[in-house]
Design a protein around this ligand. Structure first.
Ligand code: PGA
Length: 249
């Protein structure tokens, strides 16, 4: 049984004071035993969120991690640093990091391995095609290529414990959501690819989220699809009442 999992991705929003305001508000309204919720926040908000969400069941995630254990990497944050804070999740390979910060399938792969080697943090791996790739009919080949490289060298137990977010780049922050059918087709394809690479049991266990302009108005239609176990929510996760409506899809 895969428990529905709604994660917010705040991106580069919210100072510590703004994060506190959100967290106290969300903690007061979150009351859903059937849906797991988490907030992936800037590094500077993580400790505060871990403290305010303690014993609430609300998870906390980072948005990035470095792939080396430690060393002379100015400005970077290690997996062990996140683990010691009590962080539960870490987004890896978000399309904005791939596009603006030179993240490649190779570094994504190293980051996943580092998280598994040094911590029990659950990775949320992001994959997805851009608009020209979709229009050229290449969405599936792009996504399976990302999965093959990103998950290379991991074992089926590890992949079964992680979360994979299918996020078509053309639907992120654009207001242009994939239709529920498009999202389901691609999430089913992600599951088939995991099955081909890691076997049936792993494919049944891995949680697959859809991300891209998810909001209260479209959350239930998306969440009702067979292969969609959750959502990765950007813009609509910044207001706690809105995020809670999505959690209660
Ligand atoms: P969006 O972002 O919900 O604002 O489209 C989703 C994401 O980038 O994870």
């Amino acid at each position: 049984m895969r428990i529905p999992f709604i994660a917010g991705n705040w991106k580069m929003f919210k100072t510590k004071r703004e994060a506190l305001e959100f967290a106290e508000g969300f903690r007061a309204v979150y009351d859903n035993k059937d849906v797991k919720a988490a907030i992936c926040a800037p590094f500077t908000d993580l400790q505060l969120l871990v403290e305010v969400f303690e014993n609430t069941g609300i998870g906390v995630g980072a948005q990035n991690v470095h792939f080396e254990e430690s060393g002379a990497f100015t400005g970077e944050i290690s997996a062990a640093m996140l683990a010691e804070l009590g962080v539960d999740y870490c987004i890896v390979g978000h399309s904005e990091r791939r596009e603006y910060f030179g993240e490649t399938d190779e570094t994504v792969n190293l980051k996943l391995k580092r998280l598994f080697q040094d911590t029990s943090i659950t990775p949320i791996l992001c994959v997805g095609e851009n608009l020209s790739e979709r229009e050229a009919g290449q969405a599936e080949i792009i996504v399976s290529g990302q999965l093959e490289k990103d998950l290379s060298g991991l074992d089926s137990g590890q992949v079964g414990r992680m979360v994979i977010a299918y996020e078509p780049i053309w639907a992120i922050g654009t207001g242009r959501t994939a239709t529920a059918q498009q999202a389901e087709e691609m999430c089913a394809y992600v599951r088939e690819t995991v099955e081909r690479l890691f076997g049936n049991r792993c494919a049944e266990e891995v949680r697959i989220q859809y991300g891209g302009s998810v909001k209260p108005e479209n959350a239930s239609e998306i969440m009702n699809m067979d292969n969609i176990d959750g959502a990765l929510v950007g813009g609509a996760s910044l207001i706690h009442t809105k995020f809670n409506e999505i959690v209660n899809f």
